[in-house]
Every structure is written in C-alpha cells, then in structure tokens.
Ligand binder design. Structure first.
Ligand SMILES: NC(=O)c1ccc[n+]([C@@H]2O[C@H](COP(=O)([O-])OP(=O)(O)OC[C@H]3O[C@@H](n4cnc5c(N)ncnc54)[C@H](OP(=O)(O)O)[C@@H]3O)[C@@H](O)[C@H]2O)c1
Length: 359
C-alpha cells in the first residue's frame, strides 16, 4: 500500500523510520510539510501533489493544529482516500463532520494515536462499546502534566522548576499552554468519551488548568493519605453524560497515584466487564508512530468498521459530584458548578469525586 505522510515533525519522521524498519508492505510515497527538502524527492509543500497522485490510497496525518489539517483530512476523504491521524486538535474540533464524511465516502478514518500515544486505548474503547455498556471513562492522558506533578511530588520541585525540567527533556513544548491549560486533555476527553458512549458528547464541558497546583497543597493532601493527578473524568447513565478535565484528588494508594514520569493511565468501566485500566507511554515520536502503524495495518487489511457513534447523548452535570478543594476551604457540588466557581473567583480548585454511583 502506498501512503502519504502529512507532517514530518517528531511523529511523522518516526513513522517514516518505523515503516522503513518494518517490512510490512507500506511505502511512504509523498510527504507534505511547509519546508521544502531538496534531499528527499518525496517531500512537497503542495497538498494538491498528494491529492493528484492516484497511487496513494491512504494518508497518515501528523500535522500540528486544527487547520489546515481538518480541511486536508476532509479533502482526502472526499477523494476516497483512507485516513489515519494523530492530530487530536483537528479530530476533536469536528469529530462528527469527519466521521460522517468517512462513512459517506466509505473510507477508513482511524485515530488510535490521538489519545494515549502507543496505548491501545481507542480500539479497545470501540470494541468494548459494541459489546458492553461503558459507564465511565477517566484517566491521566497528558504525559507532560503527569511528569510535572510527579516531579513536584517526588523531588519537591515547585511547579515552574518541574515545567522547566519537562521542557529541557523535550516533553513539554516551549509554549506549554495546550498541556497545562487542559486543551490537550480536553481534546482526548471528547474523542474518548464520544466513542465510549457511542454518541457525540457535549463539547462545552468544565475544564480547569493544572498550573496552580502548589507544593503546599500537595503536602496538605499527603497528610490525609491523598494526592492529586491531572485527569479527565466522565460518567454516563443511559443517554445522560457528564465530562470534565480537572486536577483530581485521589487516594495515595490508587493506581493513578503511582503513575510516574510522563506515563498515561486511562480506565473504563463496563457494566458487565467492570473496570479495565490501560497504562503506557502516552507520547513521544516512536510510541505515537507505533499506534499509527497499527492503524495503517488495519487499513491495509481493510477491516471496515461499523458505525459506533449512533446515540443522542444529553448533558447531565449531576453525574459528576464531589468536593472542591479551594484555597479558602472545601465545597460540595457538581464538577461543573465547582469549576464555574473556580473560574468566577479566578481561584485554583482540585476535585475529589464522591463514590461512583450505580447505574
Ligand atoms: N509528539 C507527540 O508525542 C505526539 C503524541 C500524540 C499525538 N501527537 C500529535 O501528532 C501531531 C504531530 O505532532 P509532532 O510532535 O510531530 O509535531 P511537530 O514536530 O510540530 O510537527 C508538525 C509537522 O506538521 C507540519 N505542518 C504544520 N502545519 C503545516 C501546514 N500548514 N502544511 C504542511 N505541513 C504543516 C510541520 O511542517 P514543517 O516540518 O515544515 O514545519 C511539521 O512537519 C500533532 O497533532 C500532535 O498533537 C503528538
């Protein structure tokens, strides 16, 4: 199968390298990037060169940002090409548009690499959602944020020192806003929950950044046998759903509290299967490219997938209730109310969930 690579940065380069190393019959015929590269005849800065090459059956997209990636993905689908993408910003911004177009055109649209790097998360969600009722999806899905909290916790660094360390090691971008402000986790939350709950979830959900987690707050929690992780939370009962992204207070003994460095850990709860946890490297060029290779193999083997997004979901904030840890005290409420209060007062807040309710 001949493919095009869209984007040749950390992930695109790693994918090219992996496909060269593994003899799996997938050849990169063209590469789209902004910079021309006279040493590599595959490279072009004209998207039309890829569209016009009828030998190209599939595109692997690893560009940065929503646009022009979203438009390119749609034009590729309209031309009958299969698409594999790691670009959660583009996918989350119009999951419905992309899914519906791929169904209309009968092309594959796979995005395992968009959430949780190399962790086989997306495909397992889809499989579970078809067989069981998924009641809850949650987890640590941003390695940079986890690295920062872990360094604060284990090495006693303050937030800015831990962020600097993450940047020095190449985990955090020079502009870390998307990670620490929650946009990256938000995108992964929207993608994961839509698939898990089999409908397009509301996108106006509570999101609080993690930049105000302080060393003092961590040591206060420690005395109570608790700690904090930056997590996406979601609950679903029937067609009702609640989602959010927030610094989350958890027990020091929980599996999530022991997720170290830039690792991710995501879980889902099936009505029949109970809780399943997925742990591994959530970012990095090769781990992410590895997930894209698995998607490309699915395209090559053309396992056409059924429509897994066939429900109409309703937002219900009362599904996520708990305690907000504010600097001036603790308040009970829904995640949405507490996040609203934190934003209104421009205050830090971490959220501790009440026990998981029955269906
Ligand atoms: N890095 C990770 O660990 C990771 C993990 C999971 C998912 N992802 C996702 O994977 C995608 C790629 O990440 P990355 O770390 O590889 O990013 P990156 O190193 O910044 O590379 C982005 C690539 O996109 C190309 N590009 C951007 N705008 C373009 C345009 N208008 N036309 C043509 N090419 C354009 C850039 O071209 P130039 O080379 O010419 O600048 C570059 O090659 C992102 O969406 C990211 O969210 C990354």
């Amino acid at each position: 199968m001949k493919i095009a690579l869209l984007g040749y940065g950390t992930v695109g380069r790693s994918l090219d390298e992996l496909l060269k190393r593994r003899d799996i019959g997938i050849e990169v015929k063209r590469i789209l990037r902004r910079k021309k590269d006279p040493t590599d005849p595959r490279v072009t800065d004209r998207f039309e060169d890829i569209l016009e090459d009828r030998e190209i059956e599939c595109a692997a997209e690893a560009m940065s940002g929503k646009e022009p990636a979203d438009s390119f993905l749609k034009r590729l689908m309209e031309s009958g090409r299969h698409v594999v993408s790691a670009n959660k910003a583009a996918i989350a911004s119009d999951l419905r548009g992309l899914k519906e177009l791929s169904e209309k055109m009968n092309t594959d649209f796979l995005f395992e690499a968009s959430c949780g790097g190399t962790i086989p998360w997306i495909e397992n969600i889809k499989e579970m959602a078809m067989a069981d009722e998924i009641l809850s999806v949650r987890g640590i899905l941003n390695g940079t944020c986890n690295f920062i909290i872990d360094k604060m916790e284990r090495e006693g660094l303050d937030f800015n020192e831990a962020l600097k360390k993450a940047q020095d090691l190449g985990y955090a971008e020079a502009d870390p806003t998307a990670d620490i402000g929650g946009y990256d986790t938000y995108n992964k939350c929207v993608i994961s929950c839509s698939l898990a709950y089999r409908g397009y979830v509301p996108t106006d959900i509570p999101v609080l950044g993690m930049q105000d987690i302080g060393k003092g707050f961590l040591s206060e929690l420690y005395k109570e046998g608790k700690t904090v992780r930056y997590m996406m939370l979601s609950e679903r009962r029937g067609e009702r759903v609640a989602l959010g992204v927030v610094p989350t207070v958890i027990s020091k003994d929980s599996i999530e509290a022991n997720v170290r460095d830039n690792y991710n850990c995501a879980s889902m709860v099936g009505a029949t299967a109970g809780e399943l946890k997925f742990y591994g490297q959530g970012s990095g060029g090769f781990p992410t490219a590895d997930a894209m290779v698995r998607d490309l193999l699915r395209v090559r083997d053309r396992k056409a997938e059924p429509n897994v997004l066939d429900r109409r979901l309703i937002s219900d904030d009362s599904l996520l209730t708990g305690t907000g840890y504010f600097p001036d005290g603790r308040i009970k409420g829904t995640l949405a109310e507490l996040c609203g209060k934190a934003r209104e007062k421009n205050m830090f807040m971490a959220f501790e969930e009440d026990g998981i309710k029955d269906a």
